[in-house]
Design a protein around this ligand. Structure first.
Ligand code: NAD
Length: 380
């Protein structure tokens, strides 16, 4: 059984799917581990680091693709690579099956078993495999660090002989995993933080981090689904939130927006007029940019200046912290691998809730209903 760790092809990718620690564990369990030369370099792992833990290094990507049984990846292998994979081999990673199912077609047709880390159910037993939370944690932290670096102001309250500097005001929209990490990071840097979320349960978490929760009366509306995620709101309910946000944004130095609704475009929470009312030099950091953005002027993948406000729309922020993002991701993937490996062999129990939830393709067919529906839908 051979596990291959390949160089990521996506241009802005710096992470590696399995770190040397994880490679060591797999080698210790009797698996062969082959690493494409340079695969770990950007995340701080050299070829020698992998060799030291028992992995082999290869420069022959084509051979690895044709011979390995398991491909832990960050991003899906490109179609050209997929065409070389063995039937029955396994690819596991952020495969974006609901966003770009067509990009997986070749692998599906070749009978490759596909597991999507995005689709791992968020149940207690799967917490150690929750790569979305891992990356959201990294992104929430990094967003605040970048914003603090670009803000032409200090974050903390300073009392100096030359006078008092008031603390920066940070507004966080969406208090899920990324939002809570952003709040904690901004608080550590000394900012005064306010946060808003549609889920009432988020209020307690926000307050426990020393931030103020903006309570909006939505008239008892059910805003949370069974999985603990936000539901898509009606335009009227969105509007109620927007009024509170507009007021808080006007006086904020930094707005970090993270609001998302799984499977939908991110809710629009910051119209252009709100950006125009912010002070020049302020910052909007839109972590929802990959899902279209929470701010109307966000350009995914770009940083723009609109009416003097710098608007960041990063689409792969976790990759800007490759060492720890890879460490966390590698642990999530390794924990998942433990589920599908037994006595040195692949053992895929499709009745297992975690496996069933995350399996996109098996035996030449798309086996996830949501993915199949998206794949069938006519392209826009
Ligand atoms: P997410 O990335 O889908 O969304 C981020 C936040 O945006 C959420 O808190 C959501 O409520 C909020 N939001 C959505 N629409 C909004 C709107 N119109 N206005 C204001 N806020 C809006 O969410 P996430 O960070 O991945 O996680 C969300 C929930 O899932 C949290 O309750 C979290 O604790 C829970 N969770 C559970 C587990 C687990 O049990 N294993 C793991 C991770 C997360």
């Amino acid at each position: 059984m051979l596990v291959a760790i390949l160089k990521e092809e996506r241009e802005d990718e710096t992470r590696v799917a399995l770190t040397p620690d994880a490679a060591k564990a797999l080698a210790g369990m009797g698996f062969g581990v082959a690493v494409e030369s340079g695969a770990g370099l950007q995340s701080g792992a050299s070829d020698e680091d992998y060799q030291e833990v028992g992995a082999s290094i290869s420069t022959k990507r084509g051979e690895l693709l044709a011979s390995a049984d398991i491909f832990p990846v960050v991003n899906a292998l490109p179609a050209g690579d997929q065409g070389k994979l063995k039937s029955g081999s396994v690819m596991i990673g952020f495969l974006r099956p609901l966003d770009e199912p067509a990009a997986l077609t070749v692998a599906v047709q070749r009978g490759v078993t596909l597991f999507s880390m995005e689709l791992v159910p968020r149940i207690t037993r799967a917490q150690s495999m929750d790569a979305l939370s891992s990356m959201a944690t990294v992104a929430g932290y990094k967003a605040v660090i970048v914003a603090a670096d670009h803000l032409p102001k200090l974050f903390p309250l300073l009392m100096t002989a030359a006078g008092t500097i008031p603390p920066a005001k940070v507004l966080v929209l969406g208090a899920g995993v990324a939002g809570l990490q952003a709040i904690a990071t901004a608080r550590r840097l000394g900012a005064v933080v306010e946060a808003y979320d549609v889920r009432a349960a988020a209020g307690e978490q926000v307050r426990s981090l020393g931030a103020k929760f903006i309570d909006v009366d939505l008239g008892g509306l059910q805003t949370e689904d069974k999985g603990g995620y936000a539901k898509e709101l009606s335009p009227e309910a969105l509007e109620l939130g927007q009024q509170a946000i507009a007021k808080a944004a006007k006086i904020a130095d930094v707005v970090i927006s993270t609001a998302q609704v799984p499977g939908r475009r991110a809710p629009l929470m910051i119209p252009a007029a709100v950006v125009e009312a912010m002070r020049p030099g302020s910052i909007i950091f839109d972590l929802a940019a990959p899902a279209g953005g929470n701010c109307a002027v966000t350009k995914p993948g770009e940083t723009i200046v609109y009416h003097g406000v710098t608007v960041f729309g990063p689409v792969n922020l976790a990759a800007e912290m490759p060492v720890h993002a890879s460490m966390l991701y590698s642990r999530n993937v390794s924990n998942f691998l433990q589920l599908i490996l037994k006595k040195g062999e692949l053992n895929i129990n499709r009745a297992d809730e975690i496996i069933a939830g995350s399996c996109v393709a098996f035996g030449g067919e798309i086996v996830n209903e949501r993915v199949a529906a998206v794949a069938r839908a006519p392209q826009a």
